[in-house]
Design a protein around this ligand. Sequence first.
Ligand code: C2E
Ligand code: CA
Ligand code: CA
Length: 615
Amino acid sequence: MQANIIPLSFEYPVSATQAGRLLKLQRDILEKVALGINYQQILDDLCKAAESMVEGAVASVMVFDASGEFLTVLAAPSIPSKAIAALNGLIPGEQAGSCGTAVYSGKAQFVINTKTDRRWCNLQKIVTDFGVGACWSHPVKIEQDKAIGSFALSSFEERTPSVFYKQLLETGAHIVGIIIKRQQEEQALWDLAHYDALTGLANRTLFNERFASTLKNALTNEQHLALLMLDLDGFKDINDTQGHDIGDLVLQQVADNVQRVLGVVEVFARLGGDEFVVLLCYSGDKAVVAQLAEKIVSLFQQKINVAGCAFALSTSIGVSLFPEDGQSTQVLLRNADTAMYAAKKSGRNCARFYSADLTRTVRERMELIADMRLALLKQEFVLHYQPQYCQLSNALVGIEALVRWQHPEKGLIPPNIFIPVAEDSGFIKELGLWVFTEACRQCLQWWASGIPHFSLAINLSVKQLNAANIQQFQSVLEGLDFPIQWLELEVTESLVMQQGSLDELKKLEALGIRIAMDDFGTGHSSLAQLKHLPISKLKIDRSFVQDLSTDVSDRVIAKSIIAMGHSLGLKIVAEGVETKVQQDYLVQHGCDIIQGYLLSQPLSPAQFVELFFGD
Ligand code: C2E
Ligand code: CA
Ligand code: CA
């Protein structure tokens, strides 16, 4: 980069003594650059040094502003602020004073009399207001052809520059070029370290810096701060199934969309992955923060269009407030995280404010996870098996394995207490593998003891539907030599409808494993979608079975699920059948298999054996 700087040409024939003075000026200023003195100070020093060499003149540096259209005064330590204000906003052109013309033409402009020179004809107000008599300006360049600013000397009288002065301007402009170039490079390095390359948002480093300084200000000025922690729901699926390139585009889109809703805030940063954070000062009216959070959540009602595809995403937001939820960056971050987690727990796609209760919930949850891991080691999990009966033959045609936790103090804990936590802590992978292995082992033992074959249904959670788990199932089946045709996996409708699970389901099907769609009717899948899925059974959700005797619409739903399933060649199971009325209605409309308390509760292994060998 440094090589790009145009060398100083010494265009004007100055004497050796004069050249020596100019080189000393250059050396003195560049020494300050090397010492790391701030650039504004150095530019001011340069102006003053030049002024000391040209009696009665004032020096100024102008550069383009951020828009790249106007010039603004960067340094002019001896020019009154009113004059600076008048100069700011100068647009380069053919008659834009000395500086605007120098920048426009890329050539030095030596205006000897501002009152008569055409180049100043548009700036006569400045001439009269501030008494400018002459102005000599040299363009500042860091690359060969484009001027980025100017270095100028102005006097109150009409004045012709000597050769030395001309060379001084060239030297000064050259030094300004070096300083600006250096500043730009440092800025670029700083940006690299503080901004997220993907979204252009602040990164974690910059966020931490801003958070610390904002908090410090808020403490002294008694301001209110809100910290919003955003985590996208379902982003990982997009990344896994569509690839990282698409994932990246989605993140960029999300960042843009959220930025638009936010307007001006203290900082909006991407902390990494699909995690974003917003810090803002607010009036103390919590409702304002709640509205903003809701606005962000509802942004996601619109699908994200990327590369010709529309992706449905949502976000969960946790909010912590200063001063009430914490006084340090760490505590505020942790509490926002806790709230965000609570938002995920309560069904995602929503925002939650932190409360002290949440911390207790989180602690209990963490204890539960630790306890579960131990419980697996201590063999406290047990399986119960609920029979499924064929409505035609009344024969037991299948069983569903249902896990329970035989807790030494709390007794038998039902799965709905611990399965959801096992699912989102990842523990389900280990637990699920145990369930799978144990259920297969148990059935093999029963069949070996003379009990006739029936199919074994095992529940699968969304976290288990991946290549690694399927591989593990396969080796269990091979290790036990389990007859695969008797195995059935129950997956929920919402799981099946998720992007990416289709491939895994097809892998299972290819292994010869049948898939039953659990809790059917709750997940809004269409007939068209069902047709393409590798499933062989539909289980009508208990909620529709429950009110069959009283609710007409549930009767219609159950009836049409049966008819529709049959038209697709699927077997229909009704679960949660508790009364004879329910059973009769289902059987009357052709339901194939019945499962529920009416026929049998889930049974312990001992109770199950009793069915066959008891008296
Ligand atoms: P599910 O797959 O829908 O299982 C059926 C649930 O309905 C079982 O509850 C069963 O005991 C209950 N049930 C059966 N018949 C009746 C009835 O006539 N009336 C009523 N009110 N309930 C009935 P359970 O065993 O408490 O299991 C609850 C859920 O826990 C299961 O729902 C399943 O989603 C999950 N689960 C159980 N075991 C496992 C497992 O090994 N792995 C996974 N991933 N999830 C499991
Ligand atoms: Ca099930
Ligand atoms: Ca079910």
